[in-house]
Design a protein around this ligand. Structure first.
Ligand code: MLT
Length: 298
């Protein structure tokens, strides 16, 4: 069977293909299956043999889901496989908002080697005072694979965690019970939390869910984190709210030209899953799924 690779897939995953049955690579034609990471396949044409597309990652916005359903082509993703990497980066984002590390590092880099660095640092460091995460309230919208991990790590930081997810799984509810406050409405979460992190898929329902109306209900000086998908946040509304002094920071893993240089916006270039560990996990799950489907139909 032919598997076309649209992106580099970790060799640890590719090694799981049974060589006698599969031929894989970027130049494969008439594939039975496709493995993809971030390449945009939305407008791709289907060949007659194609039966499955697997995204080695969580979001599926780069796949032609509706056309695949009509054509009987199955789409899979690898939920949870990169959740740890994303979770850790969420905390890097939160810490960058809480402590002015970035500005402080830039300032230190302006010092010269022959300066009396330790004396200057002791004199100037009061310009870079931040806050601790311990004791702060974190609101997590979406308690899926990533949201749960963020919640658990936040508890280790001593944060008070509020979660909102109308579709929470029994497993997640069980894992988090007695540790997380379940907000019954988004309003409840908005009015209580110092940090708000979104972890829901992008859909017609969730597009621009963080908009000016939502922001108006949030606490002053809130930090909004988006490691899920750019379209979830009305970025103009957030930038305006930062200008107005309502929002402290918007930390996003989905930069675009309009917000790149906006005050208070911390842009990370979609690095959530960019670790070899996560790439391996995603590749292993993706290859396992495509083989299972092509051979057993499930
Ligand atoms: C995902 O959807 O899995 C993450 O955004 C990371 C990625 O796209 O690789």
């Amino acid at each position: 069977m032919n598997i076309k690779l649209y992106n580099k897939i970790s060799p640890k995953g590719l090694a799981l293909f049974d060589d006698e049955t599969y031929r894989f690579g970027e130049d494969v034609v008439n594939p039975d299956g496709i493995l993809v990471r971030s390449a945009k396949l939305n407008d791709m044409e289907f060949n007659d043999e194609l039966r499955a597309i697997v995204r080695a990652g969580a979001g599926v916005n780069n796949l032609p889901i509706d056309r695949c359903s009509e054509a009987g082509i199955v789409c899979f993703n690898t939920p949870g496989a990169n959740a740890n990497a994303v979770k850790e980066l969420v905390f890097a984002g939160m810490l960058l908002s809480a402590r002015p590390v970035y500005n402080a590092m830039n300032w230190v880099s302006t010092l010269a080697e022959n300066d009396d660095v330790s004396t200057i640092v002791e004199k100037e460091k009061s310009n870079f005072v931040g806050n601790e995460l311990r004791g702060k309230k974190l609101g997590i919208i979406g308690l899926g694979a990533i949201g749960i991990k963020v919640a658990n790590l936040a508890l280790h930081f001593g944060m008070e965690v509020y979660g909102y997810d109308p579709y929470i799984s029994i497993d997640a509810a069980w894992q988090l019970s007695r540790k997380v406050h379940y907000a019954k409405t988004l309003e409840e979460l908005y009015e209580k939390c110092d940090y708000i992190s979104v972890h829901v898929p992008l859909s017609d329902k969730t597009k621009n869910m963080i908009n000016s109306e939502a922001i108006a209900k949030m606490k002053d000086n809130v930090c909004i984190l988006n490691f899920a998908r750019g379209g979830l946040v009305d970025e103009k509304a957030v930038v305006d709210a930062i200008e107005a002094g309502k929002v402290k920071n918007y930390v996003t893993d989905f930069p675009n030209g309009d917000i790149l240089h906006a005050k208070g916006v911390i842009c990370i270039p979609h690095l959530g899953a960019s670790t070899p560990e996560s790439e391996e996990n995603c590749a292993i799950m993706a290859v396992d799924q495509i083989q299972d489907f092509l051979e057993n139909g499930n």
